[in-house]
Design a protein around this ligand. Structure first.
Ligand code: 6CS
Length: 281
């Protein structure tokens, strides 16, 4: 899918959206998507989970898996829109997206709000800090224990909640809109740490090529999370159809070929289940 159609075609998108809106919603969401010709996916543009290139092309492990699964279901393409993590589930519930394919990690409270597929992308958490880790952070607890320390994280994201749950006061957990902003805020000393999953932080550091940065990974005490494609409650039939094709991709080795070039482990996703990941910890 080329996001040029998405970016350049605001009008085009309105036309597509109106067409999508024109397609009568039926009990069979998959038939609706086939008629629509595409699935509207929410992404964050956080490589390697999701990425939008300068030319508008959407890639990243989550959209690549979703594109392949939907193609096998007879849905030709995906059309992506960028969303903050905290807005993805409300957007899905409001019908702005057909599915979230963004590395939205499975956690009990999210599992209660959406219909997740089986696991797709797993990762631990990381902290981006100045070289030498001057405040000696190893965990979110360490940040909480340092009365002056601040940590940046995506709004409504997992790292924000982990920091708050570890006792970092609200005014020391800074909502950061995207990876580049988080990187710059650490470089400029405006935050003491920026937290994202390990592969996302590594991608930022690799691109920045700044010797004055250091990655603390994994964050001690933080779980390894896995995402799934997140469907609206009520679209379980579509979710189940997605799972059938996802299982075939896993079985055939094609799943590994899709995600491992991005640094993800197919074995990690195949070693767990939605049931285990959604169970209250
Ligand atoms: O699921 C989440 O909330 C987290 N997932 C990713 C891929 N990045 C940050 C976000 O907080």
């Amino acid at each position: 899918m080329n996001v040029k159609r998405l970016i350049a075609g605001t009008a085009g998108l309105a036309m597509l959206a109106s067409f999508a809106a024109a397609v009568p919603a039926s009990a069979d969401k998959l038939e609706d998507l086939k008629a629509q010709g595409f699935a509207r996916v929410a992404i964050a543009n956080e490589p390697p989970f999701t990425a939008v290139a300068a030319d508008g092309k959407v890639s990243g492990a989550a959209p690549d898996v979703a594109r392949e699964v939907f193609k096998r279901l007879g849905v030709e393409d995906i059309v992506a829109s960028i969303s903050e993590y905290g807005a993805m589930i409300p957007g899905l519930q409001a019908g702005r997206h057909d599915v979230v394919t963004a590395g939205l990690f499975m956690k009990p409270e999210r599992c209660a709000a959406v219909a997740y597929s089986e696991p797709v992308l797993c990762d631990a958490e990381a902290l981006l800090v100045k070289k030498g880790n001057p405040k000696g952070f190893k965990s979110y607890q360490d940040i909480a224990n340092d009365q002056t320390a601040t940590v940046g994280a995506p709004g409504g994201g997992t790292e924000e909640k982990l920091a708050l749950d570890a006792g970092v006061p609200r005014d020391r957990v800074i909502v950061v809109p995207d990876g580049q902003s988080g990187l710059k805020m650490v470089q400029d000393g405006r935050i003491d740490a920026y937290s994202l999953p390990v592969l996302s932080i590594n991608a930022l550091v690799q691109q920045a090529n700044d010797p004055n940065l250091e990655v603390i990974a994994p964050v001690e005490g933080a779980p390894v999370y896995c995402d799934g494609a997140a469907f609206k409650k009520g679209d379980e039939a579509l979710r189940d159809a997605f799972d059938v094709e996802l299982a075939k991709l896993k079985e055939s080795g094609e799943f590994a070929k899709l995600i491992e070039p991005y640094g993800f482990s197919a074995a990690a996703a195949m070693s767990t289940t939605r049931e285990k990941l959604c169970a209250a910890q």
